[in-house]
Design a protein around this ligand. Structure first.
Ligand code: MN
Length: 498
């Protein structure tokens, strides 16, 4: 499994010295109780670290710059306990480069009606202190999230947890390195894009190698290692022989084991976290990597078919954002394949030639060897399964020539109750929001690809926020989508993002 750093989030409380030492002592004490409570809630996926109370330009500027320099800090949570004159925040905010959360909360949940006096009023001022602070963040045009509510409320904590995962996506995006073995599929438009601009916007490094370079690693894998991995496959997956001779079947499976081990070694040695292949460019490989890529995706690597490096990076990104989720349901590369247009049962069958990540599988996973109708290699081994039910997000990052646009569609994965005995690939079946007709029309109008990066474990809001931090256009297709409004939004965005 690909690992990432053990991130922390800093909690920076704003105040000032106008109310004396005693007030500042109380502010710090409240901060300790709140941070302790947040960490003990069990809701937050990452630790919150309390910083010394910020009261002036010097301390604020230093804290934000320390946060920039600290490799483990993935973002700063700010809150104004008292009034904190916002000019003191300008320089620090200007220099800050990590995700910013404004937690608009207060120490007490209820107004203490019996005891409230002016001392209490002067100490517990976030209702107006946070407005002064929010004003300067808005005036400076800095991207941030605002969460309003009582800090010890589970719903508020869940929103903080969700923002933390978005922040990890922002921080980790600039560490993603995509390995391209072969170029994009010939004549395909939507998988293309400006790799220089992708590095400027998202921090992605996207490098090409000859497929023969990685094929050498595959050839060098020892037979012993291949046999061990094949044994693991046979113990983990249901072997579906179809009409194959068992020995011949096993030989085909062993080819994928060898590819998995060779590819993984290459990826690890050269520190790549996502990979693309292209069935047209397979020199030195016996089979199109199928099972091998499915296994690598399950280990946390991003993948895009036919050279689709944008989707490969997005799959990797979404796997990092969801890495710490307990009982997560899965994240995968997907492709819109074919429709069911029966009234009341509308939806899109999702699959690919081979490469769907087993993390999304529902129930047992089968191992099959079948012909591939494209390309000129031998019949590849692949994992077959159907996918879990429930909500998810399908995303497509496209290059419009002068900018990137991220399209995010909320989808509902439905039960796949009717067997498809002749379909030799893994699949999912989903209904896009708000319904198939409007969802698909909106997707096509927005220019979305046939390839998507899909996850059950992320929300539309998280992807929207990630796109906002990246400074790119994001189009949402969900239950509120209406075609006339969407057309206007696209028209207006073409000016806003020019
Ligand atoms: Mn494809």
């Amino acid at each position: 499994m690909l690992k990432r750093k053990d991130y922390k989030f800093w909690f920076a409380i704003g105040s000032q010295d106008l109310y004396g030492e005693e007030a500042l002592r109380k502010v710090a004490e409240h901060g300790r109780i709140m941070v302790d409570g947040l960490n003990k809630s069990g809701v937050l996926p990452f630790e919150v670290v309390l910083m010394p109370t910020l009261i002036d330009n010097v301390s604020i500027r230093k804290t934000f710059n320390d946060a920039n320099a600290d490799e483990e800090c993935a973002g700063v949570i700010t809150w104004m306990h008292t009034f904190s004159p916002a000019k003191s925040w300008i320089l620090g905010l200007q220099e800050f480069r990590k995700p910013l959360l404004h937690l608009h909360t207060q120490f007490n949940m209820e107004i203490p009606y019996d005891s409230i006096d002016m001392d209490f009023m002067n100490l517990n001022q976030s209702a107006h202190g946070d407005r002064e602070y929010g004003h300067i963040v808005s005036r400076m045009g800095i991207e941030r999230n605002i969460i309003v509510g009582y800090w010890d409320d589970k719903n508020v904590q869940e929103r903080i947890a969700s923002w933390m995962r978005t922040a990890i996506g922002v921080i980790e995006s600039s560490h993603i390195r995509v390995l391209r073995v072969g170029d994009n599929m010939r004549n395909v438009a939507v998988t293309e894009g400006d790799k220089v601009e992708a590095q400027i916007k998202f921090g992605w490094e996207i490098d090409a190698y000859n497929i023969t370079d990685i094929a050498e690693y595959v050839q060098d894998v020892s037979k012993g290692d291949v046999d061990t991995l094949v044994e693991e496959y046979y113990s983990k997956y249901d072997i579906i022989l179809d009409d194959w001779n068992p020995d011949e079947f096993k030989k085909h499976v062993a080819v994928q084991a060898q590819i998995e081990l060779g590819f993984e070694k290459f990826l690890l040695e050269k520190d790549y976290h996502a990979i693309v292949t292209n069935f047209e460019m397979l020199s030195g490989l016996q089979q199109l990597p199928g099972l091998a890529i499915q296994r690598l995706m399950d280990k946390g690597y991003g993948f895009g078919g036919e050279g689709d490096w944008k989707t490969a990076a997005m799959v990797r990104l979404m796997k990092i954002m969801t890495q710490d989720i307990k009982d997560k349901k899965g994240t995968s590369f997907m492709e819109d394949y074919t429709y069911n247009l029966v009234p009341g049962k509308e939806g899109i069958l999702q699959a690919h030639m081979l490469e769907v990540c087993p993390s999304v599988a529902k129930g047992s996973i089968g191992l099959r060897v079948s012909p591939l109708s494209m390309g000129n290699r031998e019949d590849p081994a692949r994992l077959v399964f159907t996918s879990k039910e429930g909500k998810g997000v399908a995303t497509s990052l496209i290059d419009l020539g002068n900018r990137f646009r991220l399209i995010v569609n909320e989808v509902e994965c439905l039960a796949q109750n009717t067997p498809m005995p002749n379909l030799p690939v893994a699949s999912a079946f989903w209904r896009p929001e708000p319904n198939l007709a409007t969802g698909a029309e909106a997707w096509i109008l927005a220019g979305g690809a046939h390839h998507t990066a899909f996850s059950y474990d992320l929300t539309v809001q998280q992807m929207v926020d990630w796109g906002a931090y990246m400074g790119i256009e994001v189009i949402v297709i969900d239950k509120d989508t209406n075609i006339r409004n969407l057309k206007n939004e696209l028209r207006w965005n073409s000016i806003a993002y020019r």
